[in-house]
Each structure stands twice: as C-alpha cells, then as structure tokens.
Design a binder for this molecule. Structure first.
Ligand code: FAS
Ligand code: PHB
Length: 394
C-alpha cells in the first residue's frame, strides 16, 4: 500500500473508535488514514466488550457493517441481577421498549476492518513513535516511524482514538487539559470458555465473596468475570480455582447448571473511572478510551466510543460539506454530557454490585436495601433499564 503524505483526517488508533470513524468518513468521501501501533492480529486478539447498546447497533447499520451482527448477534430483552441467593430479572423490553445486542467487540472490529479493506482504505499497522504536531494550526501533521524510515502525514484534523495509553491525550496542552479519576480497589478476572452459557441472559451477581458476571459471545462460547483483589495475577487463578469461585458467587440452582471447561483466554482488567476535559483542542479531537474510561460493570466502554464517534463524525462531515464548524465546536460539550451520565451509571452499578474491602456491615445492608428497592419499584427498574440499554445520543 502506498503511504499517503496528505489526507483530510488523520486517525490515531485502529480500535473500534478509530475504525468506525474511518468507515463513516470514507462513506462521506472524506479522505482519512488510520495509524495503528499494533499488528492487526494483536488488535483482533483482544477480548473486551460483549454488549452493544441500541445506539451502537444503529451506528454499525449506518456504517454498513451490521450484516454479521444482525445474523450472529443475540437480542437480549432482559438482564438479571443476583443477590440474596436469588435471581431478579430486569425486563428491558417492557420497561424501555428496547433491547441490547450481545455481539463481541472483537467481531465488531473484524467487521469494520473487513469493510475498510474492501474499500481499499489506508489502515497502517505497526507504526511506531506517532507524534502529533501543529494541533493549534489549521494545518496539523502527524509523524511516525516504521523501522528506520520516518513518515509525515499532513492533514486538516487529527482524531485521537488511541485509547487510554495513547499519545493523543498527552498532546493536549497541560494548561488546557483537566482529568477526573477514581480507581477501584479491585479488578475483574475474565475467562473465555468454549462452553454453553449458564443462562440465556446476563447475570450480574452481588455476593459476600465478591462480584461475578455471567456473559457470553454465542450459545457455545461463554464469558465469565469475578472480582479479584487488584494485587492478584492471572497465574494465581488456575481454572479450577476460578470455576469454584464463580460457582460460590451464584445462586445454588444457577451454580448447579454451570458447565465448566478449559479457559481459552484469561486476563485481569483493573477498574477505573476516568474523564479528560475538554475532548478537543485546535484541530485535535479525542474520542473513545483516549478520553474516558468506565468500569465495565455498566457495559458502557465500547458504547461510549460509538456515541463519541457519532458526534465527531457529524462535526467533521458538516465541516467538509459546508465549512460549517458548529458541529466541531460543540463536539466536546455534546460528547461529555453523555459521557458523564454513563460514568455515573457505571460507578453506580460498580458500587451497588461489588464487595469493597473496607465496606462495613452498614454498607452491605445499604447495598441490599437498594437492590430490594429497585426490584420493588417500577420507577427504579425503569431508571436502571434505560441506562443499561443506552441513553439517547442527544
Ligand atoms: P481501544 O483501546 O480499543 O483502541 C485504541 C487503539 O489505539 C489500540 O488498538 C491501540 O493499539 C492503538 N494505539 C494506542 N496508542 C497508540 C499510538 N501511540 N499510536 C498508534 N496507535 C495507538 N468495555 C465494555 O463495554 N465491556 C467490557 O467488558 C470491557 N472490557 C475491557 C477489558 C480491557 C482489558 C480493556 C482495556 C477495556 C475493556 N472495555 C470494556 C473497554 C473497551 O471495550 C473500550 O471501551 C474500547 O476498546 C474503546 O475503544 P477505543 O476507544 O477504540 O480504544
Ligand atoms: C462481556 O460480555 O464481556 C461483558 C458484558 C457486560 C458487561 C461487561 C462485560 O457489563
């Protein structure tokens, strides 16, 4: 592939945010180049999110990459919370008229790559030492290295879609950027296994031993998580120990149905809440994990990347169509308004469902009282359900 020296939008990061933006811009005839640090195999080897909000599935349809999701994804009209030895179903469809779609982030990323490849879109992998220049000018550029060769890409805008550890947020001027963070005193140990899921719908479990989540990728591929101390390492958790801990945190009749098997992926993810403000400066626009992180308890991380791209794509499309900068000027405020609501929901679900090391008997009674209240109140169930299926973008 010839490496372009000029484009309209340089996109840093070839994860869901960067790929979705690239695809939407190409459909509008707006030139762009994706610069991804890792190999494609590495990007596709990551096991991450599994639940798509209605807004995200709409974005994938708009991007013309929803065919496989429509065929293979599962529509879930409900989700369950387990506590006090019993399961309680939240009827998403009855309460909100909406559902969520279970379709792995890995599959979504594959679909986006396939569409970009089919269109011959420039996605450059294994680029090193990406640096952003001139973001305060009307002609920024990006440099990077491949082996001994240094490259330069001139552009009109830079989209920083390079995740929490990327370079884009770091390029924001220190006197402009403000960050807000909360780190949780535990992590999630996740296991992927070729076993039938224990339940048709997801189960989020609050238990004295700690939080657990039963999810899936298909009828034959299960995804499970348990809360573990942040100091734990994957090698501390052989499969047998993991399955025993998961069983102990589920209601007895559910645990009895659990089908175990060898883990095909096992990893520990730390939990944090994080927001960077503003999400734009000059010609640099930040989207997805580059700008915010949520604890996965609310299944919002990937879905927030999609809503950021909704606002950023609209602003860029409006600019290139009619020189109208209004969408770009209000990108940060629009995106942050929705981000903070999802941060609140994700923080709330995390504090409601996990056992905090320093929690007192009083704290644990409060958790139980709130869970009992939720399932005794139509208003409380509706509030939980509308956040879980995804708040409107505007
Ligand atoms: P991503 O991090 O996915 O993509 C950023 C890309 O930029 C990466 O491919 C990276 O290699 C590249 N990059 C980084 N620095 C670069 C540089 N300097 N130059 C070029 N490229 C660079 N969300 C959920 O909803 N549910 C979950 O269960 C869940 N589990 C998660 C588990 C883990 C371990 C992590 C890290 C995240 C998890 N998330 C989950 C959140 C996750 O799904 C993100 O929200 C989602 O990947 C966001 O997509 P992007 O913003 O594209 O960021
Ligand atoms: C997953 O299937 O990976 C998943 C589902 C829901 C969550 C987090 C992770 O809240």
């Amino acid at each position: 592939m010839t490496i372009p020296s000029r484009t309209q939008v340089a996109i840093i990061g070839g994860g869901p945010a960067g790929l979705l933006l690239s695809r939407l811009l190409h459909l509008d005839g707006i030139d762009n180049v994706v610069l991804e640090r890792r190999s494609r195999g590495h990007v596709l080897g990551r096991i991450r999110a599994g639940v798509l909000e209605r807004g995200t599935t709409d974005m994938l349809r708009q991007a013309g990459v929803a065919q496989r999701m429509e065929a293979e994804g599962e529509l879930h009209d409900g989700v369950e919370l387990a506590f006090g030895g019993a399961r309680h179903r939240l009827d998403l469809a009855r309460l909100t008229g909406a559902h969520v779609t279970v379709y792995g982030q890995t599959e979504m990323t594959k679909d986006l790559y396939a569409a970009l490849d089919a269109a011959g879109a420039p996605v450059l992998h294994e680029v090193e030492d990406v640096a952003l220049h001139g973001i305060d000018s009307t002609g920024p550029h990006v440099t990077w290295r491949r082996g001994d060769e240094v490259h330069r890409l001139d552009c009109a805008f830079i989209a920083g879609c390079d995740g929490f550890h990327g370079i884009s947020r770091q390029t924001m001027p220190g006197d402009v950027l403000r960050t807000y963070e909360k780190v949780y005193p535990f992590g999630w140990l996740g296991v992927l296994a070729r076993t039938p899921p224990v339940n048709d719908e997801l189960i989020y479990a609050n238990h004295a031993e700690g939080f657990a989540l039963c999810s899936m990728r298909s009828r034959v591929l299960s995804r499970y998580y348990i809360q573990v101390p942040i100091t734990d390492r994957v090698q501390d958790w052989p499969d047998e120990r993991f399955w025993a801990a998961l069983r102990a945190r589920l209601p007895a009749e559910t645990a009895a149905r659990l089908v175990t098997g060898p883990s095909i992926e096992k990893s520990i993810a730390p939990l944090r809440s994080f927001v960077a403000e503003p999400l734009s400066h000059g010609r640099l626009f930040i989207a997805g994990d580059a700008g915010h992180i949520v604890p996965p308890t609310g299944a919002k991380g990937l879905n927030l990347a999609a809503s950021d791209i909704h606002f950023l794509h609209r602003g860029l499309a409006r600019f290139f169509a009619s020189d109208d900068e209004s969408g770009l000027k209000d990108y940060s405020a629009k995106a942050l308004a929705r981000i903070w609501k999802a941060e609140r929901f994700s923080w709330h679900m995390t504090t409601l469902m996990h056992r905090f090391p320093e929690s007192s008997g009083f704290d644990q009674r409060l958790q139980r009282a709130e869970l009992d209240y939720i399932f005794s109140s139509e208003a409380a169930m509706t509030a939980l359900a509308e956040n879980y299926v995804g708040l409107p973008y505007e």
